[in-house]
Design a protein around this ligand. Structure first.
Ligand code: SF4
Ligand code: SF3
Length: 542
């Protein structure tokens, strides 16, 4: 076995990628990612054992987030970037060590120089280094939750919002994954605590986005094209979008969103840009064909990157933040956080306008503020029986054929039900003509995966209005699609908020050992998916 990774839903045979990632990650990158995570654990070991006041190490805190984010599925495929990051983090780590320290873990003290030494060391510290499969499963569940949390924290930090408590928790949890004395029960408790901090990180990002760009409002988004050269912006970072829109003003270059950037159209602050045309295409995995017809440059602000099939497309790809791809220009901010996108804009001017692949509009902007402003209408519709049930179908999309389930499920839902969605999972049904209930669309899109937080707030508000003791008494079912590690933190956040009986698909995570899966089933009622018909009957109690 040359590598081992089982962090995403598409992991080979649902057990682990062992030769090359299904995502395209090669052995070297997989190993350097393992070593980077191990180095972060070493930093955490020193921070916790030496009781370091982390308010004094802001750069280390930030780079811990960035490192975690870099290892998320489809974020960064650049081996050189990982080698540099490992070296950088070893530098931060060694600066924290006191020469009188004793009792530190190997992760806090190991030394490597060359790439070869790094790869050798990585072979001994990856996921499988934890022999007990239940402990391994819980440790990885926590680590994947931290990765998702770090991504959300980084976006918030890019807009100037921080919460040092969350950084402290990240150190605590990273260090705990090195601690062989932790019992399975303690690790389960830490998993729930990870969910608690997941809620805090999503709340922080929500505050960062809404205080900077306003609250999302109901918006029709154009899915057709205009006849100008254009740039496609993908990923989740709204700060990058703002800078791109500012810099493209008056250049004759249009801007379109792809994948998870779609919800940006619902923020009031972006509506003033005349060249912010619409959304092009679908979820991340369709980029292979959609980048071909888009014809202009693409800026990735976060995952999901799919390794480009042709040299022509690779030459149009630019990355920033934690993402990277070998040979693609990576744009870094200056001291004031400003990024220079002129190279992308100049390239766009030399390329053809996008080819139209769809036309019409889709509707979005149903985040908490907008939905709560419609609360009376929604509550009346529930009371009158016009709305019988809500289905939270948030999460990720992916390539697997079995995800057709979600399209079929949405189609088969009775007309008196509403889908609440967030994340790129929505592309499985957001263009279906599902109609509305008394003017309320049957698919309410709260935004990006992190905006699952909005869905939780909406549920908690309904619980209050209906004076219920438990959120599970509401007519809301959870049928979530997962793919990468941001969906893991969303799931842990929902568990922490007390949501029970979540159905998770299209497969249960391969990283759950049978015993850990059993705990999740018994304690939280987690279940997989079945056939559309059986599941609808089950959810509707028929
Ligand atoms: Fe495999 Fe997913 Fe890991 Fe990629 S991220 S190597 S597809 S488990
Ligand atoms: Fe999608 Fe990658 Fe997860 Fe933010 S863009 S939800 S998969």
């Amino acid at each position: 076995m040359s590598m081992f990774c089982y962090q995403c839903q598409e992991t080979a045979k649902n057990t682990g990628c062992t030769v090359r990632g299904v995502c395209g990650k090669n052995e070297e990158v997989a190993k350097l990612q393992d070593l980077l995570i191990y180095t972060l654990k070493g930093i955490a070991d020193i921070v916790i054992k030496n009781k370091i006041d982390i308010s004094n190490i802001p750069d280390t805190n930030h780079q811990v987030l960035n490192s975690l984010f870099m290892t998320i599925t489809n974020a960064n495929f650049d081996g050189d970037a990982f080698e540099r990051q490992v070296k950088k983090m070893l530098g931060y780590r060694d600066a924290l060590v006191d020469k009188n320290d004793s009792g530190l873990h190997d992760a806090a003290t190991f030394a490597v120089g060359s790439r070869e030494e790094m790869l050798d060391k990585a072979s001994t510290v990856g996921v499988l280094a934890t022999e007990n499969e239940d402990v391994r499963s819980l440790r990885e569940l926590i680590i994947y939750g931290l990765k998702g949390m770090a991504a959300y924290m980084e976006h918030a930090a890019n807009l100037g919002k921080k919460n040092i408590e969350v950084n402290e928790f990240i150190y605590e949890a990273l260090a705990a994954t090195l601690d062989d004395s932790m019992t399975a029960d303690e690790l389960v408790a830490l998993t729930l605590k990870t969910g608690e901090y997941g809620v805090k990180s999503m709340a922080l990002l929500d505050e960062a986005n809404t205080s900077t760009y306003g609250h999302p409002e109901i918006t029709e988004v154009n899915i057709g094209v205009r006849n100008n050269p254009a740039i496609l912006i993908s990923g989740h970072d709204l700060g990058d979008l703002e800078q791109l829109l500012e810099q493209t003003q008056g250049t004759g270059v249009d801007v379109y969103t792809h994948g998870e950037m779609l919800p940006a159209h619902s923020y009031p602050a972006f509506k003033k840009y005349e060249n912010f045309v619409g959304n092009y295409g679908n979820a991340w995995w369709k980029q292979i064909e959609e980048f071909e017809t888009f014809r202009g440059p693409i800026l990735f602000t976060t995952n999901c990157i799919v390794p480009p099939k042709s040299e022509e497309i690779r030459k149009r790809i630019f990355t920033t933040n934690s993402v990277g791809y070998p040979g693609c220009p990576h744009i870094v901010p200056n001291e004031e956080g400003k990024k220079d996108f002129s190279e992308i804009i100049e390239l766009a001017k030399t390329l053809e306008a996008p080819k139209q692949i769809e036309e019409g509009t889709i509707i979005g902007g149903f985040a908490h503020n907008q939905v709560l402003s419609l609360a009376d209408k929604v509550v009346d519709a529930i009371k009158s029986g016009a709305i019988k049930k809500f289905f939270v179908m948030a999460g990720c999309d992916g390539r697997m054929k079995s995800r057709d389930y979600y399209t079929e499920f949405a189609k088969a839902l009775p007309k008196d039900t509403i889908i609440l969605t967030a994340g790129c999972a929505k592309y499985r049904y957001n263009k279906l003509p599902l109609g509305d209930i008394g003017g309320i669309p049957r698919v309410l899109d709260a935004g990006q995966c992190n905006d699952s937080y909005s869905l939780a707030l909406i549920a908690l508000k309904l619980k209050e209005v209906f004076e219920l003791d438990d959120v599970n008494e509401l007519p809301i079912a959870f049928n979530i699609a997962w793919y990468e590690q941001k969906a893991v933190i969303v799931l842990l956040a929902l568990l922490y908020l007390g949501v029970k009986d979540i159905h998770l698909g299209p497969t249960l995570p391969g990283f759950l050992s049978p015993n850990v899966a059993k705990v999740l089933v018994e304690k939280f009622g987690i279940a997989g998916i079945g056939t559309v018909e059986d599941d609808i009957n089950l959810f509707l109690g028929e």
